[in-house]
Design a protein around this ligand. Structure first.
Ligand code: GAR
Length: 185
């Protein structure tokens, strides 16, 4: 099953996916980022579908269309979001049940972009990782896997997020593999 990874950041989840031998055929980024370098070093095709605006004039439909075109061009069958910084729910319409996401909290708690900070601010003692099927409703699709991560005294957003990512780098490739093998969902 051809996998396309969408990423915007440091690409540490992408690295773990590649190390696990997941058959990634293309990495697509919305901005210049380390994830593109990770793809290049691994000899995987990469495309920068650059988001030109972060303001009110951003044309989400046109941008989403560009991403779907790039995925189709590479014959992608399973879309894996690994810290993609642009919300493009319509991709789930083009790939129904075939878009996966990892989220740094125990959904349905703390959806959105600031989940690690919000968990810290709320004073929860446990947060974690959720791997789920992405639907057209953001951070709301069927849950495939979850694992808890303890919030420790003295944690900052960075230290907590790094411990969460350590779990993601194991749980996400494992879950993707099960989807490819047909043992999930
Ligand atoms: C991951 O923690 C992922 O869960 C988060 O971005 C990080 C990407 O890290 N995604 C979201 O917050 C989506 N709402 P990486 O670039 O090191 O893989």
């Amino acid at each position: 099953m051809n996998v396309g990874v969408l990423a915007s950041g440091t690409g540490s989840n992408l690295e773990s996916i590649l190390e696990a031998g997941i058959p990634v055929v293309v990495v697509i980024a919305d901005r210049p980022c380390r994830a593109l370098e990770v793809a290049e070093q691994a000899g995987v095709a990469s495309e920068l579908v650059q988001r030109m605006s972060f303001g009110k004039d951003f044309d989400r439909d046109a941008y989403t269309h560009q991403v779907i075109e790039a995925l189709k061009r590479h014959d992608v069958e399973l879309v894996v979001m690994a810290g993609f910084g642009t919300i493009i729910p319509a991709v789930a319409g083009a790939y129904p049940g075939r878009v996966l996401n990892t989220h740094p909290a125990l959904l349905p708690a703390f959806p959105g972009w600031h989940s690690v900070k919000e968990a810290l601010d709320r004073g929860v003692k446990l947060t974690g990782v959720t791997v789920h099927i992405a639907t057209e409703e953001v951070d709301a699709g069927p849950i495939l896997a979850q694992e808890a991560v303890a919030v420790l005294p003295g944690d900052t957003e960075d230290t907590l997020h790094e411990r969460i990512k350590e779990v993601e780098r194991r749980l996400y490739p494992d879950t993707i593999r099960q989807v490819i093998e047909g043992t999930l969902p």
